[in-house]
Design a protein around this ligand. Sequence first.
Ligand code: BG6
Ligand code: MG
Length: 217
Amino acid sequence: NTKGFIFDLDGVIVDTAKYHFLAWKKLANSIDVDFTETQNEQLKGVSRVKSLEKILSWGNKTISEDEFMALMAKKNDDYLSYIDKMGESEILPDVPKILNHLNENNQGVALGSASKNARKILQKVNLISNFQAIVDGNDVSKAKPDPEVFLIGAKALNQKPENCIVFEDSVAGVQAANNANMISIGIGDKTVLSEADYVFKDFTEISIEFIEELIKK
Ligand code: BG6
Ligand code: MG
């Protein structure tokens, strides 16, 4: 039995959500826009362009296209200054255990992320060889909750969508998995990710027996 397991990156494999937060906060404050943790929650899983659009609308700002591009570049430069210092210690607990089990049992393993920095981060934390396919922000035209990113992932793994399982920490990502007709596994808060088929606080709560059941399903 072979299934396709598709992992989101930010907030699932590595805790880069905190770096996105710091970089967006710095950028928002530099143009006199307030930025709270609650607002940050709404940016999870959302593309860079859409994130900046939201921040500008929260601050009632209108800017030129050139300024928009400059702010996006500034945010990313700042974000990359954190990424440059990343190492294996920033892999979230028990992620390698699950990835190794899937790989040892010849399951399909893919990445499905909105980030254009996904490959760089996987290289930094030394996990890139665990993925048969990588679908990221450079490959998609429609953002989560559109299912595009996961459907491309399923195709790359040669799996039907209904035989794929998605791990996601964002509401938009869980919706994207559901829209793709895949099994959605939320990683995080049960009340926030209530639309997911299953929710776990983190991978330490996911047993090998549970993974085996998903494979047999
Ligand atoms: C998602 C993150 O994975 O990628 C978002 O949850 C981020 O916070 C988005 O904005 C795009 O990432 P990047 O690295 O291309 O700016
Ligand atoms: Mg995420």
